[in-house]
Design a binder for this molecule. Structure first.
Ligand code: PBG
Ligand code: ZN
Length: 329
């Protein structure tokens, strides 16, 4: 073999010999404590209802939650993020800040049963409004930004009061983090961190979620408030603003279509950064695996590792429990 005179041949393969050496030099890790499991909560008793577009994910009634939480704790997951699926919806999403609403009962039940389990809650109105938009709708069908902020702030305060450890505003309205931070502080919830869905793209990959949460917009779409997938600099602007407004942690969503944003956000900002590996990203892998077209375990581990490598400190994923079982072995 010809080698350049004076230079030793570079052999990167030296560090790839055997699993032990590969693990020793691995730059990214996938740990259960950095994974967060989404949970959908519905009315009823003893319910565990399958979601057709998300095989392996269920909607639980409140009474089933302590058992699920026990499993989540045993697996060592970082926590759960809760989504409420209310029985009734109205124009202003009254169910979202009802002290006896579905999510408030879920939070109380879980906090009571498992005080150590980290409870994150999605702070939005779309699952609670009859029109399916993330805020208050005006006379011409447009989402009214400032009128919606008061509603979102009330939702966050009621969630914190019910036991949420972190509130996660996901409506992508301007000023929502500031409005929520101010309201939490005024309510004495100064220690409740805000995890902002800061860079959330308008995405076709939320389809299965909207089926699970029955939260699809009844007219129009969310492009008037969520980020345009053609923009990257604007995503960084969103993150900067949310941090200025008092966000404690920020999220990028979806994950695989925004790995570039994760990397840039990691390089630009010092705060904890989360990625949401969304329903459509999970469903794609599941569907292909069910056809026998790819190896589900290998594919999910690869995808989630790539999201960590791009810069995410933690990942919200429907695969959290499965992955924790795979890596424990
Ligand atoms: C609510 C919300 C959505 C998701 C998380 N919070 C849906 C949406 O914006 O329409 C999507 C999560 C997923 O697809 O897994 N605003
Ligand atoms: Zn919403």
């Amino acid at each position: 073999m010809k080698v350049l005179a004076g230079f030793p041949q570079v052999r990167l393969r030296r560090l790839r010999q055997g699993a032990g050496l590969r693990s020793l030099v691995a730059e990214s890790t996938l740990l259960p404590e950095r994974l967060i499991l989404p949970l959908f909560v519905q009315e009823g008793r003893g319910c565990q209802e399958p979601i057709p577009a998300l095989p392996g994910v269920w909607r639980y009634s409140v009474d089933r939650l302590p058992a699920i939480a026990a499993e989540v704790s045993a697996l060592g997951l970082g926590g759960v993020i809760l989504f409420g699926v209310p029985a009734r919806k109205d124009r202003r999403g009254s169910g979202a800040d009802d002290p006896d609403g579905i999510i408030q009962r879920a939070l109380r039940q879980l906090k009571d049963a498992r005080p150590d389990l980290l409870l994150i809650v999605d702070t939005c109105l779309c699952a609670y409004t009859d029109h399916g938009h993330c805020g208050i709708i005006g006379p011409r069908g447009e989402l009214q930004n400032d009128e919606s902020l008061e509603r979102l702030a009330a939702v966050a305060v009621s969630q914190a009061a019910a036991g949420a450890d972190l509130v996660a505003p996901s409506a992508m309205l301007d000023g929502q983090v500031a409005a929520i931070r101010r309201a939490l502080d005024a309510a004495g919830q100064v220690n409740t961190p805000v995890l902002s869905y800061a860079a959330k793209y308008a995405s076709a990959l939320y389809g299965p979620f909207r089926e699970a949460a029955a939260s699809a917009p009844q007219f129009g779409d969310r492009r008037g408030y969520q980020l345009d997938p053609r923009n990257a600099r604007q995503a960084l602007h969103e993150i900067a603003l949310d941090l200025a407004e008092g966000a404690d942690l920020v999220m990028v969503k979806p994950a695989l279509t925004a790995l570039d944003i994760l990397r840039q956000a990691r390089d630009h900002f010092t705060v904890p950064l989360l990625a949401y590996h969304v329903s459509g990203e999970y469903a794609m892998v599941r569907a292909a695996a069910q056809q026998g077209w790819l190896d589900e375990q290998a594919a999910l581990l690869e995808v989630l590792t790539a999201i960590r490598r791009a810069g995410a400190d933690a990942i919200i994923t429907y695969a959290a429990a499965q992955v924790a079982r795979w890596i424990a072995r």
